[in-house]
Design a protein. Structure first.
Length: 182
């Protein structure tokens, strides 16, 4: 089956790609939308709608990769935002609670995050040597989820599937560009 390479190191099966990407929001439209969702969430929970929280949300939605708290914090500092690590951490947790951000634990590394609104359901392959994360989407996984839910009488809410291995670079050339030497 043909594979499409999508931005963000992603691989989607052809028919899946066509079914799900008929309409594509621009980044601006998406940011506007997620701000509205976050605003409603904060109001509902009686939490303060601070400009820092919205700046963090915007920063997350203008990037398109997996990141840890520290990377996001440094990126915001570099852009001269006045945010503390604690605020970045706490805002990320809020964004996870309202499903705007997904939190991942890839191996023993620090938790990694990624935006989730308007982004297709996918799974990950992680390189054990360099930590490189590649995304893929195979509709068969969704089918297994639906079938197992029906069979075992569960209403499945979400799943996580991480595959671990050595990327080709290391396998073929003996080096992995990002390999951490210790
Ligand atoms: Zn690697
Ligand atoms: Zn991902």
């Amino acid at each position: 089956m043909a594979l499409f390479r999508f931005q963000r190191q992603s691989f989607f099966l052809a028919h899946d790609f066509l079914d799900n990407f008929g309409y594509c929001m621009t980044t601006e439209e998406q940011i506007k939308m997620v701000k509205k969702i976050f605003e409603a969430y904060l109001e509902n929970k009686n939490l303060r709608k601070t400009s820092e929280r919205f700046a963090i949300l915007e920063e997350i939605y203008s990037r398109s990769d997996h990141f840890d708290v520290e990377t996001l914090y440094v990126q915001m500092k570099n852009k001269k935002y006045r945010v503390s690590r604690a605020t970045v951490y706490n805002t990320l947790e809020l964004l996870v609670s309202c499903d705007l951000v997904t939190k991942h634990q890839f191996g023993k590394n620090m938790a990694q995050f990624e935006k989730s609104y308007g982004y297709k359901q996918h799974d990950h392959i992680i390189c054990l040597d360099c930590g490189k994360v590649v995304e893929f989407c195979d509709p068969r996984i969704q089918q297994i989820q639906t079938m197992m839910g029906e069979l075992l009488k569960f209403e499945i809410k979400h799943h996580s599937l991480n595959l671990y291995g050595a990327c080709n670079r290391l396998h073929q050339g003996g080096i992995c560009e990002n390999k951490v030497t210790n």
